[in-house]
Design a binder for this molecule. Structure first.
Ligand code: SF4
Length: 265
């Protein structure tokens, strides 16, 4: 299988041979959200992340945002922030990370990449995972965004929780440019909510790659650039058969921002 990373990972230090790589800059707006996803780190970070720009002052790409749901501030305000970032930094790629609920055509027109989270393939499962009954609406927004700008459907692989609906998600993502498949991270505070997860399979790299390959017949599957970079490095020292036993640690610490806070617009 020819594994690729999503367009969002271009210009991130995670795909380069750098000691302690940092994610490319982000502009944080809020840690609040109109959903309450069982795996999400924003619920842990509530009130702990200061709004504003984090990163170097010569960015090639900026993500709005890594925490919370940025569109809670409304269309007018998100456009004001995007415009101000472009005025300040010139030719910069703007990536929007959203759950899609409040996405509008105008917002899509103002972003180079729109990443929309979708972790279930049915209304019922969507409600169980996110706490919100917005499945049909998000699917409609994925179609809308795909017609306007580069659109990625962002899906977390959670064996035991959503794997039986991944094919349906891939079908929906086939309208978009990419299906960005990510392995699950389990934060201590979310562990109880994720108790149904099949941990052994969630930690198996082979399992993750097998699922990515299977879904590739339906959508353009991409996996995280930093994951792929490290996999390529490790694979040089292993026989293909040994890769079957390669594991990752699914448990994660609080996702601190390791970039410097600079300003608020
Ligand atoms: S997935 Fe990894 S490489 Fe891609 S943007 Fe995030 S940290 Fe960077």
């Amino acid at each position: 299988m020819k594994l690729r990373y999503p367009k969002h990972c271009e210009h991130c230090e995670g795909i380069e041979e750098i000691e302690n790589p940092k994610h490319h800059p982000s502009y944080e707006i809020t840690t609040n959200c109109n959903l309450d996803c069982i795996f999400c780190y924003s619920r842990i970070a509530k009130g702990k992340i200061r709004p504003g720009y984090y990163g170097d002052m010569n960015p090639k790409a900026i993500t709005i945002s890594q925490f919370g749901e940025p569109l809670l501030v409304g269309e007018k305000e998100i456009m004001r922030i995007a415009k101000a970032l472009r005025e300040r930094f010139g030719k910069v790629r703007l990536d929007l990370q959203t759950n899609g609920i409040l996405l509008t055509e105008k917002i899509c027109e103002n972003f180079d990449i729109v990443m929309i989270s979708l972790d279930a393939g049915s209304r019922r499962r969507c409600l169980e995972i996110t706490g919100g009954d917005f499945f049909d609406r998000v699917v409609e927004k994925i179609r809308m965004s795909s017609e306007i700008t580069h659109t990625a459907v962002r899906t977390i692989f959670m064996p035991g929780i959503n794997e039986d609906e991944l094919e349906r998600i891939a079908e929906i993502a086939s309208f978009a440019d990419e299906l960005f498949l990510q392995p699950v991270s389990i934060y201590r505070q979310n562990a109880e909510l994720l108790e149904k997860i099949d941990l052994e399979r969630a930690e198996s790299i082979w399992e993750f790659l097998t699922v990515a390959e299977k879904l590739s017949s339906i959508a353009d599957v991409r996996i995280p650039g930093c994951f792929l970079f490290n996999l390529n490095k490790v694979s040089k020292y292993m026989e293909p058969e040994e890769m079957r036993f390669l594991k990752r640690n699914a448990f994660a610490e609080f996702p601190e921002i390791r970039r410097e806070w600079r300003f608020e617009i």
